[in-house]
Design a protein around this ligand. Structure first.
Ligand code: PEP
Ligand code: MN
Length: 335
């Protein structure tokens, strides 16, 4: 349920209304727009009589929100959310960062790749230190040492870092290291324990869509994080599993405008995991930009044939630089 307040509602009357709602055992989510203030009510709304609420002087109208996601819902928060990723990098509401780097943090090559992607215009650095591998015998990542390498690159280059968290027991480690954005990968997209744990921090979360997750399920996963108090959620379309086998996944570009319609959260697109082959990544990066993504996540490696993981979909620094030029042309064309 949302209550749209009158433009001239005095603050003490607003506070009184919020107190009244809290006493009924519900939470509130207040969004101040240019023309109106919207109070979102979260919890058991059967405890509130909508007619009584609407009869209050400062309330203009009351509307039911039928979707099960509330805090992630655009009805609660009509303006786009802008998530601050640190070091001056923001995402959403017109800010468009490109997150680039290797699939796995592997060692000294990280800083070389980081310098190259920065030079090409990327503003955030990615790299997995804890890797969710299909096989338990495949390289599982560098672990804590990988986080340190990311932080060293961040400190040298001034680029916020994005890295995957797989285990709720690692949240304190990621926070202590000052990781700028915690990524929740497709394989953990509905790991509710993990979602709740990252929700207890204020660190931005890049939440990837699960392999067979519907758009509504993705938004409910975001709701898990937000319901714990962390509103800094970035949604990520990274392809879903379909009957098609020519590409690693099927890039659901539809999801980008649909998510924007349903939610105020920023939407990043990851063409690398979506198509899985280097040759298709540039075109799909351009397509996602044209579809309205708020940013891109792209895997880049300076020696793809020796990459620890996902070499088949990595762009070389030169291919990435060329793609960045074309992304800028698309952005200018749709502005
Ligand atoms: C990754 O970003 O390297 C990754 C494993 O992504 P996803 O969870 O989308 O497969
Ligand atoms: Mn990868």
């Amino acid at each position: 349920m949302i209550a749209i307040l009158r433009k001239d509602a005095p603050q003490d009357a607003v506070d009184h209304l919020l107190g009244w709602i809290h006493k009924k055992g519900l939470e509130t989510h207040v969004s101040h727009g240019a023309n109106e203030t919207i109070v979102g009510l979260v919890g058991d709304t059967t405890r509130i009589d909508p007619f009584l609420l609407e009869s209050m002087d400062i309330v203009e109208r009351v509307q039911r929100v039928s979707e099960p996601f509330k805090k992630a819902n655009r009805k609660f928060h009509p303006q786009d959310t802008v998530v601050d990723c640190g070091l001056g990098v923001k995402i959403g509401g017109g800010y468009f960062p490109v997150i680039a780097g290797p699939c796995s943090v592997e060692g000294d090559n990280l800083i070389r790749i980081a310098r190259a992607v920065k030079e090409a215009g990327a503003t955030m650095l990615r790299g997995g230190a804890f890797k969710p591998r299909t096989s338990p015998y495949a390289n599982q990542g560098m672990g804590e040492r990988g986080l340190d390498l990311l932080c060293e690159a961040r400190d040298e280059l001034g680029m916020p870092v994005v890295t995957e968290i797989m285990d709720p027991r690692d949240v304190a480690l990621f926070v202590d290291k000052g990781i700028n954005v915690m990524q929740i990968g497709a394989r953990n997209a509905q790991n509710f324990t993990l979602l709740k744990e990252v929700g207890k921090t204020q660190t931005p979360v890049l939440l990837k869509r699960g392999m067979s997750e519907t758009i509504d399920e993705l938004l409910m996963a975001a709701e898990y994080i937000m319901s714990e108090g962390n509103d800094n959620v970035i949604l990520c379309e990274r392809g879903i599993r379909t009957f098609e086998t020519r590409t690693r996944n099927t890039f659901d570009l539809n999801a980008i405008p649909v998510l924007h319609y349903l939610s105020h959260l920023p939407v990043v697109a990851d063409p690398s995991h979506a198509v899985g082959y280097t040759r298709y990544v540039p075109q799909m990066a351009l397509a996602a930009t044209a579809a309205g993504a708020d940013g891109l996540e792209i895997e880049v490696h300076d020696d793809p044939s020796h990459a620890w993981s996902d070499g088949a979909q990595a762009l070389t620094p030169a291919q990435f630089a060329d793609t960045m030029r074309r992304i800028e042309a698309i952005r200018a064309a749709i502005a």
